[in-house]
Every structure is written in structure tokens, then in C-alpha cells.
Design a protein. Sequence first.
Length: 117
Amino acid sequence: VQLQACGGGLVQAGGSLRLSCSASGSNFGWYDMDWYRQAPGKQRESVASISGTSGTKYADSVKGRFTISRDNAENTVYLQMNNLKPEDTAVYYCHGRPPWNPSRDYWGQGTLVTVSS
């Protein structure tokens, strides 16, 4: 599986962006998918997760502002980010894992999100 993330950019505080992560390969619809982010000087952290059955989880810092979704027909996972804050500035990465093999990780390249105050 190969993951390709896009959609980052520069936005003012309060604005919105939508990130996309396109996957190649089979069985994508069953994969657990996540968005992580890494800000300068900080560790990578999980932002949002969506299971193969579309169950979702969010970090407390983004609840109510970010929405993760998936379109299995398009092999794509999205992260809709609203009411962005300067502290959301980071490189965002998509990640996938097959639930039948949790030790297998797939990462996309990062996409930079910069939120100006």
C-alpha cells in the first residue's frame, strides 16, 4: 500500500483546509487509517483515526473542529479542518494499518499546514 497526502497550505486563523490521503493497493477499505501531525520541535501525535467500519476517534485538541472521513470507492481518507488555530501548524501525515496485521505500518509523505495568527 502506498499513501499520498495532499491539501496542506497556508491559512489564517479561523480558516479551513481539507487534507486528502489517496491509497493504492487492495483491501484499503478494511484498513484502520489515521492522521498524525508533527510540529517543529515536538513529537508526532495522533490527530484523528477512522476504522474500517468508520468508527472515529479524535485528539482532545481537535474535537469539534476536525472531521475524519473515508471514501472506500475512491481509496481516500480526508481530514476536514475547520476553525484552524496557529497551534495546528505542523506537518500532517496519513497512516494506515491492516487490522489483521497491526505490526504493519504504512505512512504517506507529510503535507505542511501553516496557520497564521
